[in-house]
Design a protein around this ligand. Sequence first.
Ligand code: AOS
Ligand code: ZN
Ligand code: ZN
Ligand code: ZN
Length: 384
Amino acid sequence: MARTSAEVEQQLSRLEIETPSWGYGDSGTRFATFSQPGCPRDPFERIDDAAEVHRLTAAAPAVALHFPWDRVDDVAALRRHAESHGLRIGAVNPNLFQEPEYKLGSIANPDRAVRQRAVAHLVECVRIATELGSTAQSLWLADGVNYVGQDDLRDRRERILECLQEVYAELPPEQQLLLEYKPFEPAFYATDLADWGSALLFCQRLGERAAVLVDIGHHLHGANIEQIVAILAAEGRLGGFHFNGRRYADDDLIVGSVNPFELFAIFVELGTELPRLTIDQAHNVEAKVEAMTLSVVNVQEAYAKALLVDRDALAAAQADGDVLGAHELLLDAFRRDVRDLCGRVRVAAGGVADPVAALRESGYAERIARERGSVAAVSAGGNG
Ligand code: AOS
Ligand code: ZN
Ligand code: ZN
Ligand code: ZN
């Protein structure tokens, strides 16, 4: 039987999405960064923006942080600030890509001293996460090589494994180690953690609390992300998502803006066993808080539609070999208009029916622009 509306609403009200602190700051391409008025000036203001998204959607109670970008003298104050806004700290994201000494890699670097400093940063992030009450280290490695023969691919794997083992040994029991893969960029010939398989192999070598993080934009064209989800979930190694929209590569656009059917299919695959769901977007030209709000709404709608799938009928159609009958059950759910249903869930949880409209009416963007001012010019390319 299909779930009733009330059952769907009940399940949907448990959906929790993390928004990324870095998604509220200015970001750009390698060509330019267009600074927006009201751009948060520090981690506290980034948390304020995350709080606004949660106030409207009632589904974004956690904020993922990035170090050193979110570094402050008093880490406990950051936690208190988040909690005073009804938020908790989500995953901690160490930075292994910005130091000039990482030119040839961080934990895959041929130079042992560089690897040791990278590990020291990772261990420091474990300590920061503990202080913040965070339950995950979320690692993305920019490590890779640009040319055939540039470095020994097997040695690089060994170096990574050794370093990750050191970090894993430092993890307190409540923290997971999430490994994010990406096929290319910034390296163009061989990325050390290029796909879900490479990430999974490392996780299996590390231990039970290591799991794979799937970023929607980190796949080659035609990749079947929902099947990757099925495999990782079946292996107990699906650590979570970085949600965003992509058409070409790591575009980091609004979730569901390019391929809402894929997002829906991912939620169908997940069922009600949801892993950590984080948004990872870089807003270059769109209004940031609004973009993040719309992403949360799009995720809610995709999940609501997936919850409407008649699972019993689907299982029966699949068992009968009813190819299009099964497919049509998914289409039926995908075509449902769930906007009112999602609005009711948000209102019941203390949010609003139409978050994007409410955000515009509230004048939040104008207020932060007034209070925080603006960095007028176009600056050199920032990080996405
Ligand atoms: C990079 O492409 C990734 O998606 C990472 O998740 C990255 O760490 C994130 O954008 C924050 O820097
Ligand atoms: Zn605040
Ligand atoms: Zn990501
Ligand atoms: Zn990315």
